[in-house]
Design a protein around this ligand. Sequence first.
Ligand code: PEP
Ligand code: MG
Length: 295
Amino acid sequence: EAEAAKTYLGRPAATACGVPISVMINVAAPEEVDALDPAHCDGIGLMRTEFLFHGAGGLPDEDSQYQAYRKVLEWAGGRSVTIRTLDAGGDKPVPGLTVEESNPFLGCRGIRLSLRRPEVFRVQLRALARAGCRGNLQVMLPMVSMPEEIEAAARLLDTCVAELHAEGHEAVRPPLGIMVEVPAVAVTPERFAAAAFFSIGSNDLTQYVLAAGRNSPDVAELGRADDPAVLALVASTLRGGAAAGLPVSLCGDAGSDLAVLPKLLACGLRRVSVAPAALARVKAALAGMRLGDDG
Ligand code: PEP
Ligand code: MG
């Protein structure tokens, strides 16, 4: 079956009824792309950057970040690469950066932490703006819950680009989009239309709307990505994105769960980003799905 699935890798993904689906990959470390053919996917829908902050040498400098981003952008050729700014906190503590708190999932994580530590955030934004010259980059903010967070990050990014140019560096101002993983955003997506795109983080969206921790086995049965409440938020995000003219994708694990994927397609989803190991399986499964089947 795995061998049969591989025959789908080299073709653009589409459903059995002929609807094209964009299938991208999630990358957690740049080495992951070494064994992959970029022609097998529609780009990188999520590159996590936490790995950079877990090295022995403390916080990574601009050049080491630039090299990591450049590597995946060059690998992708002209395909779209979405790099997410640091999502420290919650289940992803970073020594020397995240703060001790009683409820880290509801605390200072993701964009909240980056905006509180602009001296750290600026290093990442500068590295991204420089790397943007090497491919088709978009930058994504994690854990957004307020429109002001997009504005603040956009101002900081603009400043970084202006500084780089003044210093004589090559740099571009990449489009700035957001993860939709806090229910507040999915309920009122029109307030977040300053974003360049939405990417649904079904892992966090599920845990936040159902109040069932993503790493708590005792409540795993409650935290299902195909719960009607989660699907309603997915549909709401898709409607809001369409109304604002923004592309909407999904980069959480639900996109590679073959029991959930048809329900996401039924909500209107047409772009997913999945783990590289799931790519062949998802493309093969899509080829057997008809829109309208959701069970
Ligand atoms: C998500 O929350 O669905 C997501 C893709 O982000 P992460 O798993 O890194 O929190
Ligand atoms: Mg998340």
